[in-house]
Design a protein around this ligand. Structure first.
Ligand SMILES: Cc1cc2nc3c(=O)[nH]c(=O)nc-3n(C[C@H](O)[C@H](O)[C@H](O)COP(=O)(O)OP(=O)(O)OC[C@H]3O[C@@H](n4cnc5c(N)ncnc54)[C@H](O)[C@@H]3O)c2cc1C
Length: 433
């Protein structure tokens, strides 16, 4: 096995595998290394894998809209069927409740610009369309032992709805599909292979050192280490000129039985419920997945060491999720046995990902994915390829940001929006981005 390559990708999650695929498609020899046992076994495996377009900036909306087309024709995007099976896009509309802190204006302005269709729903329209949900306003979200938690609704919600969203049924399989496609283009994947040092000379990356001492020589390294990516950036010594920080945040997601009217077969939507501080979506098997949206009353669980966090979902988290959900879904039957998981986001200061070069020539990063970039993996791979190509052509992306043309809309996406050196972007400040 040669220990040199045109590019080394660190991480074989859904985004790392997408980067490996696109760099291999560009004709480069690629080695993708991951310390885990299988592609997608990192934070990707825990993903709710929701595909939606409700972002606060035009570039983020364009990215998610373009990426959704890849998921809808997944085998076409990959270029071949994976003999082990392919992940599937499952349609489920997206209902977004409006709150005093989330008026949806920025999202809808971008949707108008891109031509993404939506309906505005007042209380009567919500009731007619989604009768299994209680559309009462409970804002602000409260902890369950707040004496006001059980108060009656203090008004009625309004919302917007888009029918083009959905989710991917098996996020880990999606990463495996990308890894399979990357291999077909000649990429080599080395699992259970940990990068322990980034080699450099004269301001440029020269290779990576692996646990055990092997060195892979390369002029291009891409850090796609998920919750470990801040560590890898520190290892490379590239944090000095970054204006945007990113760090691991613990998250819990639970599954509860879906009552009649909220099954996938009923056309149940993915609901962004910032009124109660959570999101939920239907899934096969008759359950709803429930996760949090960083309500002000809920403590954020920052994690100092991504290799040392409590990966078992908590009873407190289960109570919070199910009791809040019971407010929104009067027919909810709450099982006594909790079912859930705990995993890590890699959260950027403004909840916008970083797809960028660094101040070390040849060292790139796709990180800070903030719990909302599974959907964008197919585009993220192409973004990194565009950045690597631009650098190879002598272009300074910091001085003049690369623009990426979307295949579906023909619109240009400003990759400067994902720069490590951007001024923090004004977003919802939550996983909604
Ligand atoms: C609970 C949860 C729910 C989510 N829900 C959604 C959602 O609904 N929609 C959405 O769009 N996004 C969602 N996300 C976010 C999305 O899943 C992530 O943004 C995405 O999976 C990140 O992929 P990745 O490839 O960057 O990272 P990962 O999948 O974490 O992969 C990083 C890889 O790097 C490897 N690695 C780290 N350090 C080293 C090293 N030193 N050497 C070698 N390998 C290393 C790890 O082993 C790991 O496999 C969610 C995330 C979580 C955790």
């Amino acid at each position: 096995m040669p220990d040199r390559a045109d590019a080394v990708v660190i991480g074989a999650g859904v985004i790392g595998a997408a980067v490996a695929l696109e760099l291999a498609r560009s004709g480069r020899s690629v080695i993708c290394v991951d310390k885990g046992p299988a592609p997608g076994a990192g934070s990707t495996s825990a993903s709710s894998a929701i595909i939606r377009f409700s972002y606060s900036t035009l570039d983020a909306v364009l990215t998610s809209w373009e990426a959704a087309a890849c998921w809808r024709d997944w085998a076409g995007f990959l270029g071949a069927e994976d003999p082990d099976g392919t992940a599937r896009f499952v349609p489920a509309g997206n209902l977004v409740y409006l709150t005093p802190e989330y008026d949806g204006r920025a999202v809808l302005a971008a949707w108008d610009d891109v031509g993404i269709p939506y309906d505005l729903l007042d209380a009567a329209a919500l009731q007619a369309r989604f009768p299994a949900l209680d559309h009462g306003r409970y804002f602000p979200p409260k902890v369950v032992d707040d004496p006001a938690f059980g108060d009656e609704a203090n008004g009625e919600l309004t919302a917007f709805y888009n029918g083009d969203s959905g989710y991917v049924d098996d996020p880990m399989l999606a990463a495996r599909n990308l890894a399979h496609a990357a291999r077909r283009h000649g990429a080599e994947l080395r699992m259970r292979t940990e990068v322990t040092a980034i080699r450099q000379a004269a301001g440029a990356v020269t290779g990576v050192e692996l646990a055990g001492g092997t060195v892979i020589t390369t002029p291009v390294v891409v850090n796609v280490g998920g919750p470990h990516s801040a560590r890898l950036n520190a290892m490379a010594g590239v944090t000095g000129d970054m204006r945007i920080g990113h760090r691991p945040l613990r998250q819990e997601v639970f599954a509860v039985p879906a009552p009649p009217g909220l099954l996938l077969a009923d056309g149940a939507p993915f609901v962004a419920d910032l009124d109660l501080g959570q999101y939920f979506r239907p899934q096969a098997g008759g359950t709803l997945l429930v996760g949090g949206t960083e309500a002000a009353c809920d403590p954020l669980e920052w994690v100092a060491d991504p290799d040392d966090f409590d990966d078992v979902a908590s009873v407190d988290g289960w109570e919070r999720a199910t009791l809040r959900l019971a407010r929104r879904i009067p027919g909810l039957g709450v099982p006594t046995r909790p079912t859930g998981l705990a995993a890590l986001y890699d959260v950027a200061d403004d909840w916008v990902p970083i797809y960028d070069r660094s101040n070390l020539d040849g060292f790139f990063m796709a990180c800070g994915t903030s719990g909302n970039q599974f959907k964008n993996a197919p585009l993220a791979g192409q973004f990194v390829r565009a950045l690597v190509d631009a650098a190879a052509a002598g272009h300074d992306h910091d001085a003049e940001p690369v623009r990426f043309r979307g295949a579906v809309t023909g619109r240009s996406i400003d990759l400067g929006a994902f720069s490590r050196r951007r001024d923090p972007t004004v977003t919802s400040g939550t996983v909604m981005g």
